[in-house]
Design a protein around this ligand. Structure first.
Ligand code: PGA
Length: 258
C-alpha cells in the first residue's frame, strides 16, 4: 500500500528562539514544494515551541513536535512538562523514547509506555523511537532489543489510538556518528517491525503504520534509503539544522513518492 513519506527534523538542544523561527520558516518553504505529498515536522527545544508555532502559523503544513514530555497531567514534578501543556502550546506531536533519553536520562521501556499512552490520549501524534546500541548489534541482539522496546513501549496504548503512533527505527551507533545503516540493514529491521505490529495490532494497521529511519540521514544517503519498501521517511538530527540539507532530504522523499 502507498504510505506518505514523513520527514521530521529533531533539532535536539540547538538554536535559540530567533534562529528556530527562521529555520521553521525556511523549512516550511522547502516543504511547500511537495504540495503536501511529503509530511514534514520540526521539533525545537521546549522554550522555542511557542515561537515556532507563531512563526509557522496555526494552519501550517509543517507540523510541530516536542522532543519529550511527562506522563502525569500536573502536580509536584519539578522541571517536567505535561503532554496537555505541550498541546496547549501548539504541538501536534511528540518524540518519545529517543535513544538520548534512554541512554543519558535512563528512561526505561515501562516509563516510555506510560508516556506513549498519555501523549496519545491527549491527542498528540507519537513518534516512538527504538534502536540497538553497537554492543547489542555485535552481540546479535538487535531484534531482541527492538522487539522489547516496541512490545513494552506500545503495551499501554489504547486500541483506538493506534493510528496516532509512528515508529522511528534509529540504531544508536548511527546517530550523530556519520555511520548510516545500509539501506538493506535498515529495511531488514523495518520489515520485522511491520511484521511485529501485524501481530501486536492487525495486519492492516501494520500495513499503514509509518516507520521512519533515523541515524545520520543526509542528502547523499536519503534517496537510497527511501527506495526501500518499508522505509517511510526519516527522523533527521544534524542535517535538519541546515535548510539546504533538509530540503534535499524532503526532495528525495518527494521524488520517490512520484
Ligand atoms: P542524526 O540524529 O541525524 O544527527 O544522526 C538523528 C536522531 O537522533 O534523531
Amino acid at each position: 500500500m502507498a504510505r506518505t513519506f514523513h520527514i521530521y527534523g529533531n533539532w535536539k538542544l540547538n538554536k535559540n528562539a530567533s534562529e528556530s523561527a527562521q529555520l521553521a520558516l525556511e523549512t516550511a518553504q522547502a516543504a511547500a514544494v511537495t504540495n503536501g505529498k511529503v509530511k514534514v515536522a520540526v521539533a525545537p527545544v521546549f522554550t522555542n515551541i511557542t515561537t515556532v508555532r507563531s512563526a509557522l502559523g496555526s494552519t501550517s503544513h509543517v507540523n510541530l513536535l516536542a522532543q519529550n514530555g511527562y506522563p502525569k497531567a500536573s502536580g509536584a514534578f519539578t522541571g517536567e512538562v505535561s503532554f496537555a501543556l505541550l498541546k496547549d502550546a501548539g504541538c501536534d506531536g511528540v518524540i518519545i523514547g529517543h535513544s538520548e533519553r534512554r541512554q543519558i536520562f535512563g528512561e526505561t521501556n515501562e516509563f516510555i509506555a506510560d508516556k506513549v499512552q498519555a501523549a496519545a490520549e491527549i491527542g498528540l501524534q507519537v513518534v516512538l523511537c527504538c534502536g540497538e546500541t553497537l554492543d547489542e548489534r555485535e552481540a546479535g541482539k538487535t531484534w531482541e532489543i527492538v522487539e522489547k522496546q516496541l512490545t513494552v513501549g506500545l503495551s499501554k496504548l489504547p486500541e483506538n489510538l493506534r493510528s496516532s503512533v509512528i515508529i522511528a527505527y534509529e540504531p544508536v551507533w548511527a546517530i550523530g556518528t556519520g555511520k548510516t545503516a545500509s539501506p538493506d540493514q535498515a529495511q531488514e529491521i523495518h520489515a520485522l517491525i511491520r511484521k511485529l505490529l501485524g501481530t501486536l495490532w492487525t495486519p492492516s494497521q501494520a500495513a499503514e503504520v509509518i516507520i521512519q529511519y533515523g541515524g545520520s540521514v543526509n542528502e547523499s544517503n536519503a534517496l537510497e534509503l527511501f527506495r526501500k519498501e518499508d522505509i517511510d521517511g526519516a527522523l533527521v538530527g544534524g542535517a535538519a539544522l541546515k535548510v539546504d540539507s533538509f530540503s534535499k532530504i524532503i526532495q528525495a522523499a518527494f521524488e520517490v513518492s512520484q
